[in-house]
Design a protein around this ligand. Sequence first.
Ligand code: CP
Length: 315
Amino acid sequence: MGIPQQHRSLLSTDDLTDADLRAVVNRGVEHSTGGSGGTRTLAGDLVGVYFRMTSTRTRTAFSAGALRLGAQIIAYGPDDLQINTGESSEDTGRVFGRMLDVMVARTGLPQQELAGWADPDRLCVVNAMTVEEHPTQALTDLTTLKARFGRIEDLRVVYVGEGNNTAAALALTLPRFPGVRFELRTPPGYGLTDDIRERAEEHARRSGASIVERHDMDALPHDTDVWYTTRWQTTGTSKPDPGWRDVFAPFQVTRRLWEHSPRAVFMHDLPAHRGDEVTAEVLDGRMSIAMDQAENKMHSAMAVLEWCRGAEPTA
Ligand code: CP
């Protein structure tokens, strides 16, 4: 481990090379198994944690993770900054760069505006969720898969639910692993954006994985390793169509999905609404690894912070 010197930002998982992606996932697994040796790789760093929107896992994960790595944190809530009284986003980011090493932010700003805060000479910015992407969630999920299956290559993952920022982040990462078959079942009118689908398909073409999206629950695959869902009301978004629940109802994850894949695990990024996107029987059942996944947010956050600062192992 060297002294942290880099200011790399994670706005999208596309900011990671294939080697970076694997290194961050492997490092997250190391942290989760206690194999990282409790090193204080971010000692001396100052990490800002700015959440203008609600969060339980991501905010706690980056705060706890930064402290465990020896950094100190400054936490900002939704009402704390002069951005609320009209200070520009640009000036806000420039000030952070003069005082902090890392800023972990869930601001509600468009991703491009958040990207404007990143400064390779002064400030790492971590996207803790935008409407477009949720990169730290995907890294958590890959860490969880690697820890559970010992590999990501060749896994068969079916995502059921809205094509939201979590679905986008999975679509931009899973198809980077050869042999992965990633299938999405998204309600009609609530699928991936064209931009995300095109980028995901490009990853799949390059690696030899596959990605398929359908808008029904017919002809489900029989050999699934992972069923994955997210809550129907994605944080920071609303659905103008008052009838949206009827469109989503057939996409509830229930026990019947395990009829032909009895060994499959269930994943959920949480928070969950039992009785909406998933039954309590599944979420709280033996097939569910959702709480391991939640814990891995912290281990993966530690790996992300180390990558941003160039403090990750070089092997
Ligand atoms: N999954 C996730 O991002 O959880 P929080 O919104 O609680 O951070």
